[in-house]
Structure formats: structure tokens, C-alpha cells
Design a binder for this molecule. Sequence first.
Ligand SMILES: N[C@@H](CCC(=O)N[C@@H](CS)C(=O)NCC(=O)O)C(=O)O
Length: 201
Amino acid sequence: MLKLYGTSKSRSARCLWALEELGVKYEHIPVEVAQAKSPENLKRNPNGHIPVLEEDGLTLWESMAINLHLAEKYGQAPLWPSAVDQRAKVYQWSFWGMTEVEPRLMTVLINRLFLPPDQRDEKAATQALEALKAPLKVLDDTVKTQPYLLGSDFTIADLNVSSVLSFAMIAKVDFAAVPAAKGWLDRCLGREANARARALK
Ligand SMILES: N[C@@H](CCC(=O)N[C@@H](CS)C(=O)NCC(=O)O)C(=O)O
């Protein structure tokens, strides 16, 4: 049986969401963020991070790799598009979320929430928020004319990117200039499968 290690109060939430969307049977082991560097978890992931997926002798880390693998193995169109060129777009948006958006959001969160107040760097947070404006405009322009990233259907690309952007709520990113992006984000995060994943430990 599939096993997903990692609490839903972490990036593991995006893999739990994918599992819930796909409707596959899995066991959830809610390893806490503070336990990510335990000897047991380091055996699963030498980086000392969660999430980790175990499946019939395969051990996989990196949340996006896990989601792309799960969607490819267990998904059907439209969640996992059947056309190769559409899948190229899934990769494009997923890597975009990880490289153009997530590091900047993390910089905001680290310097506004996670670090003790005397170690926070407000300038770094402000610069990261400024740098987020360009990718958010790209997103906004895309979903102004279509409901989802690839067109009319929700795909694993929407799940991957919106799960990254779910941190934007905690980081208090201002979406006033990008209302279509905000509408898309609410549409994606409002899915029942996401609610089920978030309700897990
Ligand atoms: N790029 C990795 C990042 C994983 C990651 O940093 N996970 C955090 C939790 S959200 C973690 O395990 N932190 C604990 C630690 O680094 O000690 C992914 O997307 O899976």
C-alpha cells in the first residue's frame, strides 16, 4: 500500500491533496516537521525533509516529483492530461511554481513569521514580495481568459501551483492587482479533496 510520510501542516499537504483527488488508497503517517531529521526519516529521505512517498519498493521525495508521479501513475484526463503537449504544460507550471514563486513566498514567511522577531529581515521580505509581482501577473493574465492553467479543466498543474500559493494567505500577499489569480486560487483551494487533505493530522 502507498504510504505518505508528513503532516498536512507542511508541504506534504500538496501530496495528500493529490492522493485525495486521485482517490487511491494510502496510509498517512503524519511525521511532524520537527521529526524530519530523525534517524528514521533520514533513512527515507537523506535531505531530512517531508514529504516522502513509499510505494512497492520505491521511495520518492520532493513534493512535486511525488505529485507528478502519482498523477501519471494513477490519474486520468483531465487531471493528468492525455496529450504529451498538455503534459509539457503541466511540467512547465509545476516547475514555475517551485522556482518562480515558492522561494519568494518562503522568504516572506521566514522573515515575517517563522524566525524569532530579532532575527527577521524585513528588507528581504519586502524585496521578495516585490519580486512576486511579476509571476503573479503572469498567472493573472493566464487565468483571466480561462478558468484553469491549461484551459477549461482542473489539472495536476493547478493543484501543484495553487498548493504553493496557499502559503500566500499566511504570508498576507496582496492580490488586489491580480483578481483573476485570486479567483483561480480560491477555486482550486476550495476543492473538497483539498479540504479532506487539510483535515488530516
Ligand atoms: N523541496 C522540498 C522541500 C521539503 C521541505 O523543506 N519540507 C519541510 C516541511 S514543509 C521540512 O521537511 N522541514 C524540516 C527540516 O528541513 O528539518 C519538497 O517540496 O518536498
